[in-house]
Design a protein around this ligand. Structure first.
Ligand code: OXD
Ligand code: MN
Length: 590
C-alpha cells in the first residue's frame, strides 16, 4: 500500500472514528453487495429490473438538494490566492474548524476508501484521487462518474501525487455544511451534505476547483465545458468545447441529434464529455481536450425523447436517479417534462404520496421531481459516445464556445475578433441563475467562462492564464459566444434550440474553415442571416435577423455592468482585458 494513502486513511479514521474501513476496488461483486446493503437500509430503492436494469433511486434530505455556493470555500494561506469571487478561509483556521465538525462523525458507520482516476487510468493527462466517505450512495455514484479501481494504486505507485478528499455526512446540518477546497494542499473536505455536486468529490471539487489551480501552476486548463465531435459528410470530425453555466444545456448540446436535413447529408455528433474539459497544448501546438469523467450527472427535468433522446437512453441501465419521482405503477421513475403521462400513483422527491392533482397548502401544484433532480449514468451507455472518449491524448479543439441564458442583449451567435477578444467575451459571460445551485433562480449574474462557482484561485490570475495560452500555442481555436435563450415580447424562446443548434455549430465550423463571411459589429463578427441554414425551420429570415441583432443601447448598459464587475479584480485584472473593454466602449460610441 502507498504509504501516503495509508497515512491519509489512518489520520482520517483517527479523526472521524468509523466502526470499520472498507477498501473499494470497483468490482462488480463489491458494487452489487453495496447496492443490496443500501436497499436494505432504505438509502436506495431498487427499480424495475426489467425496464431499468441495475437502476436505483435515492432521495437526499429535503434541505440538501443542490450545490451550496455560499458554503463552498477556497482555503489558502492568503486571501489574495482565492481572489474576490470565492468565499475564502485561512487554511489553518479552516482545518481547525473542520476537525471539530468531523471529530467522531463516522462513529457507528463505515468509512469507504475510494481510489479513482480522473481520465483513463495511467494516461499522462489523468490525475488520481482518493475519496473517503461514509456514504454508500457516494461510493456507487463515484463508481459511475469516475474510474474506480484498485489499478489506480498501481498507477499511483509510491507517489504522493493524489488529491485527498474526505467526505462525511455527519448530521446533514445546513448550519455546519462546508465544502472546502485546499488547492495548495491537494485536499478537499466536504461535510454535512449528501448531494451530488457537494460530495462526489472527483467532479466539481477536484476536476474543476483543485484542477484549475493545478492547471494554472502547471500550464494547462480545467474548464466547465462539454466536448463534442462534429462529423461532416466527408468523414472529417471537428471538435468543439463549450462552456455554459449549470443547467443551461451542456448535456443537450453534447448529445445533440442533428435535424433531418443534416442527418440526410451525413452529419453526426459524437459526445466526448458533457461537463468538464481538461485542456493542454499538444505536441503539434494545438489545444487538446480530455473529459476526465466517466459518466453523466445530468439534470433530469426536461430530459425527454425529443429534447435529448441520447441522454434518456443513457439512463436505461446502471443509473442512479436522485430526487426524481418514483412511479409506483411500474416501479420506474418520472420527472416533469419526461412525457405528458404523469403516473397516477407515485411518490414525490420528498417521499410523499403524489398524483398529478397534488397541490400544496396554497393550492399550487406540487412538483413530483425536484427541479435539480439528477441521473448519474455511465458514459458508455450513451448511443453517441465518441470513439475518442477513452483516447488518453484527447481531441484537438477547433472552436471554443461560451454561452449563457440571456432573454435579451446577446445575439444567437457571434465570433470574437482575436484570442484576447475571445477571453474578454468569456470573462464577461452573464447568465440567468438556475436551480443547480441553492438560491434565487432567474437572476442575471456574471459567470466568467461558467467558472464562477468552480475556479479554485483568483479569477484575475485565471483570466491572465487564459491570455497566456497565446504564448504557449500558435494554433489556438477560434472563440465564439452563443445564446439559445432570447425571448420575444411574450417571454417565449424565439430560437427552437436542441437539435436545431446544429445550424449554429455548422456556421461556427464554416467560420473556422474560412468558408463564410460575417458582419463586423461592435461586439464581434455576427453571421450574415443567409449563412445560417433555416431550411425546414419555422423561422423566417427577418426573425433570424432579429436574433442576430446587436442593440447598441443594451450593450452600452452591458458595458457599464462589465466595468463594475471588473472593479472587483483591482490590479489583478489583466491590462489586456481592460483594453478590450475600452475598445468595446469605443466601438459602441461610433
Ligand atoms: C453540475 C453543475 O452538476 O454544474 O454539473 O451543477
Ligand atoms: Mn456542471
Amino acid at each position: 500500500m502507498n504509504k501516503y494513502v495509508e497515512k491519509f486513511v489512518n489520520e482520517s479514521a483517527a479523526l472521524t472514528k468509523p466502526d470499520k474501513i472498507v477498501w473499494i476496488d470497483g468490482s462488480k461483486e463489491q458494487i452489487e453487495a453495496l447496492r443490496k446493503e443500501a436497499c436494505s437500509t432504505g438509502e436506495m430503492i431498487k427499480l424495475n429490473q426489467e425496464l431499468l436494469p441495475d437502476c436505483y433511486l435515492h432521495r437526499t434530505a429535503v434541505n440538501d438538494v443542490a450545490r451550496v455556493e455560499g458554503r463552498t470555500f477556497i482555503c489558502t494561506e492568503k486571501k489574495e490566492t482565492a481572489g474576490p469571487t470565492n468565499n475564502w478561509m485561512q487554511k489553518d483556521e479552516a482545518y481547525k474548524m473542520l476537525k471539530e465538525i468531523y471529530d467522531g462523525s463516522m462513529k457507528g458507520r463505515t468509512m469507504y476508501v475510494i481510489p479513482y482516476s480522473m481520465g483513463a487510468i495511467g494516461s499522462k493527462f489523468s490525475k488520481i484521487g482518493i475519496e473517503l466517505t461514509d456514504s454508500i450512495y457516494v461510493v456507487l455514484n463515484m463508481c459511475i462518474m469516475t474510474r474506480v479501481s484498485s489499478k489506480v494504486y498501481d498507477a499511483l505507485g509510491d507517489s504522493d501525487d493524489f488529491v485527498k478528499g474526505l467526505h462525511a455526512k455527519a448530521d446533514i446540518d445546513e448550519e455546519k455544511r462546508y465544502i472546502c477546497q485546499f488547492p495548495e494542499d491537494n485536499t478537499i473536505m466536504s461535510v454535512n451534505s449528501g448531494y451530488g455536486g457537494n460530495v462526489l468529490l472527483g467532479k466539481k471539487c477536484f476536476a474543476l476547483r483543485i484542477a484549475s489551480y493545478q492547471g494554472w501552476q502547471q500550464g494547462w486548463m480545467a474548464e466547465h465545458m462539454l466536448i463534442l465531435g462534429l462529423e461532416k459528410p466527408n468523414g472529417e470530425t471537428k471538435y468543439i468545447a463549450a462552456a455554459f453555466p449549470s443547467a443551461c444545456g451542456k448535456t443537450n448540446l453534447a448529445m445533440l441529434i442533428p435535424p433531418k436535413e443534416y442527418l440526410e447529408k451525413g452529419y453526426k455528433i459524437h459526445t466526448v464529455g458533457d461537463d468538464i474539459a481538461w485542456i493542454r497544448v499538444g505536441a503539434d501546438g494545438r489545444l487538446y481536450a480530455i473529459n476526465p469523467e466517466n459518466g453523466f450527472f445530468g439534470v433530469a427535468p426536461g430530459t425527454n425523447e425529443k429534447s435529448n433522446p441520447n441522454a434518456l437512453a443513457s439512463t436505461k441501465k446502471g443509473t442512479i436517479f436522485t430526487n426524481v419521482c418514483h412511479n409506483l405503477e411500474n416501479n420506474t421513475v418520472w420527472w416533469e417534462g419526461l412525457d405528458k403521462n404523469p403516473p397516477k400513483k407515485a411518490v414525490d422527491w420528498k417521499g410523499n404520496p403524489w398524483t398529478p392533482d397534488t397541490v400544496d397548502a396554497d393550492g399550487k401544484p406540487v412538483k413530483a421531481a425536484h427541479p435539480n433532480s439528477r441521473f448519474t449514468a455511465p458514459a458508455v451507455n450513451c448511443p453517441c459516445i465518441s470513439s475518442e472518449f477513452e483516447n488518453p491524448e484527447g481531441v484537438p479543439l477547433d472552436a471554443i464556445i461560451f454561452g449563457g441564458r440571456r432573454a435579451k442583449t446577446t445575439p444567437l451567435v457571434y465570433e470574437s475578433k482575436s484570442w484576447e477578444n475571445g477571453v474578454f467575451i468569456g470573462s464577461i459571460m452573464a447568465s440567468e441563475t438556475t436551480a443547480a445551485a441553492a438560491g434565487a433562480v432567474g437572476v442575471v449574474r456574471r459567470d466568467p467562462m461558467a467558472m464562477l462557482p468552480f475556479c479554485g484561485y483568483n479569477m484575475g490570475d485565471y483570466f491572465a492564464h487564459w491570455l497566456d495560452m497565446k504564448n504557449k500555442s500558435d494554433k489556438l481555436p477560434k472563440i465564439f459566444n452563443v445564446n439559445w435563450f432570447r425571448t420575444d415580447e411574450n417571454g417565449h424562446f424565439i430560437w427552437p434550440g436542441f437539435g436545431d443548434n446544429m445550424r449554429v455549430l455548422d456556421w461556427i465550423i464554416k467560420r473556422c474553415e474560412g468558408a463564410v463571411d460575417a458582419d463586423e459589429t461592435a461586439i464581434g463578427f455576427v453571421p450574415k442571416a443567409e449563412d445560417i441554414n433555416i431550411d425546414g425551420l419555422d423561422i423566417n429570415i427577418e426573425t433570424l435577423k432579429g436574433l442576430l441583432d446587436v442593440d447598441k443601447d443594451m450593450w452600452k448598459s452591458e458595458a457599464e455592468g462589465i466595468e463594475e464587475f471588473y472593479t472587483k479584480f483591482g490590479d489583478k485584472l489583466p491590462e489586456t482585458l481592460r483594453a478590450e473593454l475600452e475598445s468595446l466602449k469605443a466601438n459602441l460610441a461610433k
